[in-house]
Design a binder for this molecule. Structure first.
Ligand SMILES: C[S@@+](CC[C@H](N)C(=O)[O-])C[C@H]1O[C@@H](n2cnc3c(N)ncnc32)[C@H](O)[C@@H]1O
Length: 342
């Protein structure tokens, strides 16, 4: 069993936690949570969580945890017991410190980085490590929360560029109302879709969710009532070389596909994008009833609405159960309510 720390993105905290739990479940990682602190989740598993966590958009990094304690009186003796057999001799390393929250610790971060670096250097002397601050082979990362520290070996850190290259504004087809890429990825992750499974977005617009599902290796199918959107998302899929995706023209209340493993979708709210004359609450109800017939058993549907329509009451009238409900403030006239249904 190894212990890991996932560092959750501060701006999207509720979503980041749920995204982490969803990807661990999707990739069949059996884990137990040891602690949840501000922006960190400490968990234990005998499986390798690297691939699962690297799917995330709102997790900053994954750290294999070596030890934790109070910063002032710590002698870092736990470093002695860490099994270093997997680390390559003669490698380069550096020590980095990330502080979360208020400035309660009086210590200077650079001094702490240096001090920890010295400890690691001495304790792992048999490995003949040398320091490289620019591009080290290993990063020993310390997360500081008030006086508490969590020290470990960083095994993955997010590359934001991976998402920014396909932001809505950079796609061949673009419409206002398209969701930013990392947000779309997080919602696709909440649907627990996996490689080689069938993913469906019935209100696909420019295809942002389809792109993310395709990048995860799923077979993505999208449909939209607006033919321009269907043509546009076909174009976007080609632009990013996601050739397996399929686009259909149709109404989400009359689904033309027999069955699929997961749905994540952002339907119109009657603000920036049109419901084509339908009330948002009625469209939500009709779609939930229709989708229930096609979504595989015990699988997930991720659906967004404005919080003002109180979709949880609509869900009560269907066979779906709410697994998670997350509100995210978008602007003063819109709080998006994300529902994960099963
Ligand atoms: C908010 S947009 C989707 C944006 C998309 N997630 C993106 O990131 O590009 C909602 C889409 O739902 C479509 N739509 C509205 N009513 C529909 C219906 N009854 N069936 C299918 N699509 C519908 C609209 O044409 C619009 O393209």
């Amino acid at each position: 069993m190894k212990k890991y720390l996932a560092h959750i993105c501060g701006h999207f905290q509720p979503l980041g936690y749920e995204e982490l739990y969803a990807v661990l479940e999707a990739e069949n990682i059996s884990y137990s949570i040891l602690e949840v602190n501000s922006q960190v989740v400490i968990f234990e598993t005998a499986d390798n969580p690297l691939y699962a966590v690297s799917r995330c958009a709102f997790v900053h990094s994954l750290i294999e945890l070596l030890g934790t304690g109070e910063i002032e009186d710590e002698k870092f003796t736990f470093l002695h017991s860490y099994d270093i057999s997997e680390l390559d001799s003669g490698s380069t390393f550096c020590s980095r410190v990330t502080k979360i929250g208020e400035k309660e610790v009086k210590i200077r971060l650079m001094d702490l980085e240096r001090e920890l670096g010295n400890h690691i250097f001495n304790k792992f002397s048999s490995k003949k490590f040398t320091v490289n601050l620019k591009s080290p082979d290993y990063i020993f990362r310390t997360i500081l929360i008030k006086n508490r520290f969590f020290l470990g070996l960083e095994i993955w850190a997010i590359n934001r560029k991976k998402f920014s290259i396909r932001e809505p504004g950079k796609r061949d087809f673009f419409r206002p109302g398209a969701m930013r890429t990392d947000y779309a990825r997080a919602l696709v992750n909440l649907s627990r879709i996996k490689k080689d499974e069938i993913f469906f977005d019935p209100f696909c617009g420019g295809g942002g969710f389809l792109l993310e599902a395709s990048y995860l290796g799923a077979y993505a199918i999208g449909s939209d009532l607006d033919y321009t959107a269907v043509k546009g998302s076909t174009k976007n899929m080609k632009q990013f070389k996601q050739y397996t995706a399929e686009l259909l023209h149709g109404d989400s209340r009359n689904i033309p596909i027999r069955s699929f493993h997961a749905i994540a979708t952002d339907p119109p709210y009657s603000l920036q994008s049109s419901t084509h004359g339908e009330k948002v609450s009625q469209l939500t109800y009709d779609f939930l009833i229709e989708s229930r017939e096609h979504l595989m058993k015990n699988r997930y549907l991720v659906y967004c609405t404005p919080s003002t329509i109180e979709p949880e009451h609509i869900v009560e009238r269907t066979e779906y159960k709410i697994v998670t409900l997350i509100d995210t403030f978008i602007h003063k006239s819109l709080t998006r309510r994300i529902l994960v249904l099963k």
